[in-house]
Design a protein around this ligand. Structure first.
Ligand SMILES: NC(=O)c1ccc[n+]([C@@H]2O[C@H](COP(=O)([O-])OP(=O)(O)OC[C@H]3O[C@@H](n4cnc5c(N)ncnc54)[C@H](O)[C@@H]3O)[C@@H](O)[C@H]2O)c1
Length: 468
């Protein structure tokens, strides 16, 4: 048994010991993978080799969404030591699809095999990519499109890697839950880009918490406080396109600032920390949420003071505080903020009668412990785990906890936007789908600017905003 498992605080039951021994072999594999990934010792790994994809050994992969994360995810997938090949790319904008190929081809050579007739462009490009002869699709577009694309991928019989959040509204949550069911029924494998779940440090920490290392959990806390993200102006997009963008093009490009596309910062980024505390608490979801938030600094005035055009920070909030309640009365206190020169913190904690944990390798209290095992490249490991599940044909569907954590975030913004107590069951059943039915470059998005280009009128006002 690795030394870190036998030190002070070992409180394992028999089943835990069995799981630990399973984990030890998994850990061996992970270590081998991590070493091979960094040392390029391709070809010697214990990746499962049983039949998949009608007997072929090669996993053919389509990338849908060739932005920052899409480029990363494609590389992560090609870092799987053997047998993955990128054969299709799709993006709303042609330059992004082409740039991705230019970036990946020099590094991965023949494993990037995407002729022109397998480059798809436009808001519907995902349909052609999914209909192609591929085994796996990587869904890395703005998250508002995720439920629709995930559903289409599972219906077409593909295995899926999809980025977080997996939904940004209640309609999306319902779609994802139905697609999860279909994925289970049709034995499709699903990995979600909540990469901390693929790191042995977190896996080991959670195992210890679930085995009672801090006793009964009495409080959860989650923080994503930072200074903000990119702003993509109309002017810069016009330069890229060589013409004035349509409103739909502008919003899809500057997607972070529109709720129908991002679900606000709480879904877009804070979902990682919400996911961690839900995991610590056995993946139950909260039954209700209340909260407060607003847009105190990052508004049109702020954007203009930095030289951005009016409307470039759309309609989202810059801070939210949410109190979630679980069925047994347990509370989760959650903060997320995008304001400069404030206290920044990306962290989460579970507290219990016998101590507390940061959920990433440290437990304090009676069973104090610190992880000292191997580390992996989490975003590579996601794809090793997906390839293994496909090749060894083991059940694997992360869409369930992905949906749980993503809708927890959605519940949070419904609470802060409305100023009301929002109940999970009611919101999940009655909450809207924000995705427009007519998704075309010349169609109207669900939110339109005023005559000056501002979206301040579309910022949610507590007391008057109706979540459903
Ligand atoms: N797990 C993580 O740590 C992590 C890190 C970064 C981003 N992400 C997630 O990845 C997703 C993408 O983020 P990003 O930073 O790459 O954004 P991005 O804007 O850099 O990339 C999005 C890409 O999708 C394309 N696109 C937009 N709509 C499309 C559509 N309908 N069909 C096809 N392509 C479309 C865009 O043109 C762009 O190339 C987000 O959900 C984000 O939360 C996850």
């Amino acid at each position: 048994m690795p030394s870190n498992l036998s030190q002070k605080g070992a409180i394992m039951s028999d089943s835990a010991k069995r799981a630990t021994s399973d984990r030890s072999s998994r850990r061996e594999f992970l270590t081998t993978s991590a070493a091979a990934l960094s040392g390029a010792a391709v070809g010697s790994l214990a990746i499962g080799r049983s039949a998949h994809a009608a007997g072929s050994d090669m996993l053919k992969v389509a990338l849908i969404g060739c932005g920052g994360r899409g480029n990363g995810a494609a590389a992560n997938c090609l870092n799987v030591p053997e047998g993955t090949k990128l054969t299709v790319v799709a993006d709303a904008f042609e330059d992004h699809a082409r740039d991705t190929l230019e970036r990946l081809k020099p590094k991965y050579g023949d494993r990037v095999d995407v002729p022109d007739d397998r480059v798809f462009v436009g808001l519907d490009a995902y349909k052609q990519a999914i209909a192609s002869d591929v085994d796996v699709v990587l869904l890395t577009t703005p998250p508002g499109f995720r439920p629709m694309q995930y559903k289409a991928a599972v219906e077409a019989g593909k295995h899926v890697f999809m980025e977080k959040p997996v939904c940004v509204d209640a309609g999306g949550y319902r779609t994802v839950m139905a697609a999860n069911k279909l994925a289970d029924e049709t034995n499709r494998k699903v990995v979600v880009g909540l990469q901390l779940r693929h790191d042995p440090k977190q896996i080991e920490t959670m195992k210890r918490l679930h085995d009672g290392a801090i006793g009964k959990v009495t409080q959860l806390r989650a923080y994503r406080n930072g200074s903000g993200v990119w702003v993509r102006s109309r002017e810069a997009l016009a330069e890229r396109l060589g013409r004035k963008p349509t409103e739909m093009e502008y919003q899809v490009n500057n997607w972070y600032y529109f709720v129908w596309l991002s679900g606000d910062q709480i879904a877009e980024q804070h979902v990682h920390h919400l996911d961690m505390v839900l995991w610590a608490n056995g993946d139950q979801h909260p039954v209700e949420a209340n909260g407060m938030g607003g847009r105190q600094v990052r508004n049109d005035k702020w954007a203009q003071s930095l030289g951005h055009s009016l409307g470039s920070v759309g309609q989202i909030y810059d801070h939210q505080f949410v109190e979630y309640t679980f069925p047994d009365g347990l509370r989760l206190f959650s903060q997320n903020r995008h304001i400069r020169q404030c206290w920044n913190n990306s962290a989460q904690f579970a507290e219990g009668a016998g101590g507390y944990s940061n959920l990433t390798g440290k437990i304090f209290g009676e069973h104090a412990w610190e992880y000292d095992g191997p580390s992996v490249v989490m975003t590579d490991q996601e794809h090793v785990d997906l390839a293994n599940a496909i090749r060894e044909d083991t059940p694997h569907n992360e869409g369930w906890y992905g949906a749980n954590s993503s809708f927890t975030a959605v519940l949070g913004y419904m609470a802060t936007y409305s100023g009301r107590i929002i109940k999970w069951d009611e919101a999940a059943e009655k909450g809207p789908s924000l995705l427009p039915e007519n998704l075309a470059w010349d169609a109207d998005p669900p939110v339109l600017p005023d005559d000056n280009g501002s979206y301040e009128h579309a910022v949610a006002m507590p007391g008057t905003y109706k979540p459903y």
